[in-house]
Ligand binder design. Structure first.
Ligand SMILES: Cc1cc2nc3c(=O)[nH]c(=O)nc-3n(C[C@H](O)[C@H](O)[C@H](O)COP(=O)(O)OP(=O)(O)OC[C@H]3O[C@@H](n4cnc5c(N)ncnc54)[C@H](O)[C@@H]3O)c2cc1C
Length: 392
């Protein structure tokens, strides 16, 4: 019997996973990758170490217009399935407080084992093949690259998003999905640093400090995160900022305001902090405001706090207006993408176009920092691969 031919656009995280699963389930698979090698973005993840999943799966790990969409794929190919899958391929997990990395400390190991398994299964990975157009035919798809064309029974779009300059992510997947009848929820940078209004940022640039950051819009709190903040010459960065950024960016782009309030001493209430300052003043009455803060905050931050009328307010609730984020090229992921209402959540098959599957970040799903975006790529890729091979 002739094997079903599955064509996958993109040899990134979800495309490689889909290719392996489709081949394991009996399909002939061709992956078309625009770059000179597969998995370029995987190689850059986790600062080159690849945080490939997380033992904790909090309810709010995923965002999108319909975040519950992720549940079926995540339960079919779960975190423990991911750990087992990669163990079998050779990736021994290193557990850092529940965040899993390959023990080699190299993201490249993940790409390498995926490519080896794909090759072993006979998956063809064609590099330097940018897909420019796709056509639905009665019995399959015609996929056009810049210099060639391919015919397949099933098509999986695994192009990823517009985020990051590393892998040449240009968002071409959104155009291909649109041409096949899909609607795109507007796409914006997420997991990114935020630019703010103000003229003192040069003073605090370079500081890394513990803090709690709350995003407000129209006077209401939207989301709060705590951790190490990185203060920059344009505003704020660091993991807590990344976590709230998708909401701040979407607010601004949709014409709402976005204010952040930073608490630089989250371990104490405002009253406790006021009391601490009074006690420090009683012990060392010769100290001025600036000197009272020495030993509590880095010197660059003290320069900003000491100039304010109300010291407690400056430390506990410094308020900034967000004006923008850094560019797509500097973001780790994007929010927005193919509307998940148009996709079957169990299989990743399109409801608009039979035998078309869409995976990973191309869909309107973005995860928080901590391995959740790759986990989504593995789970959605696995679902698409298995089902693409199975039904026709
Ligand atoms: C710097 C950085 C660090 C990150 N760290 C982490 C982390 O530690 N943990 C985590 O969970 N997530 C991390 N992420 C996010 C994670 O890498 C992505 O969410 C994940 O790779 C998305 O998988 P994907 O398969 O959807 O897309 P990708 O992995 O981006 O793969 C898409 C592939 O499709 C190719 N392609 C696109 N268009 C075409 C076309 N027209 N023709 C042919 N090929 C095409 C691209 O070149 C690419 O190889 C990080 C992202 C960045 C940028």
């Amino acid at each position: 019997m002739k094997k079903k031919h599955v064509i996958i656009v993109g040899a990134g995280a979800s495309g490689l996973m889909a290719g392996i699963m489709a081949a394991r389930n009996g399909a002939a698979v061709t992956i078309l990758e625009q770059n000179e090698k597969p998995g370029k973005k995987i190689n850059a993840t986790g600062n080159g170490r690849c945080n490939y999943t997380n033992l904790a799966m909090p309810e709010n790990a995923y965002r999108g217009e319909h975040p519950e969409f992720v549940q079926e794929a995540l339960s079919q190919f779960s975190v423990s399935d991911t750990i087992e899958f990669f163990k079998e391929l050779g990736i021994y997990p290193l557990d850092r407080k529940g965040y899993l990395y390959p023990r080699s400390g190299q993201a490249q190991s993940v790409t390498e084992v995926l490519c080896m398994e794909a090759a072993n299964l006979g998956v063809k990975i064609k590099t330097n093949e940018k897909v420019v157009s796709v056509q639905k035919k009665t019995d399959g798809f015609r996929v056009l690259t810049e210099g060639w064309h391919y015919e397949g029974d099933v098509l999986i779009l695994a192009n990823g998003s517009r985020a990051s300059a590393i892998s040449g992510s240009d968002g071409s997947g959104y155009e291909l999905a649109k041409r096949l009848g899909h609607h795109i929820v507007p796409v914006w940078p997420a997991l990114t640093a935020l630019k703010c209004k103000g003229n003192f940022f040069k003073t605090w640039s370079g500081v890394r400090t513990e803090g709690k950051i709350t995003l407000f819009s129209e006077g209401k709190p939207v989301v709060t995160e705590q951790g190490e903040l990185q203060l920059t010459d344009y505003g704020v960065s660091g993991i807590p900022v990344f976590q709230i950024s998708r909401y701040a960016v979407r607010n601004i782009k949709e014409g709402r305001d976005a204010e952040i309030i930073i608490d630089f001493m989250p371990e104490l209430s405002a009253d406790e902090f006021r009391e601490l300052l009074l006690k420090r003043k009683r012990t060392c009455p010769y100290k001025n405001d600036r000197e009272l803060l020495i030993g509590l905050f880095p010197e660059k931050l003290i320069r900003i706090f000491a100039g304010q009328k109300d010291l407690v307010r400056a430390v506990k609730s410094l308020t900034l207006t967000v004006t923008d984020s850094l560019s797509f090229a500097q973001a780790q992921v994007c929010s927005g993408g193919v509307d998940t209402r148009e996709i079957h959540s169990r299989t990743m098959e399109s409801r608009k176009c039979r035998n078309l599957y869409i995976t990973g970040e191309l869909l309107d799903i973005d995860g928080t920092c901590g391995g959740y975006n790759l986990q989504w790529a593995w789970s959605s890729g696995a679902a698409a691969g298995v089902h693409a091979a199975a039904d026709i």
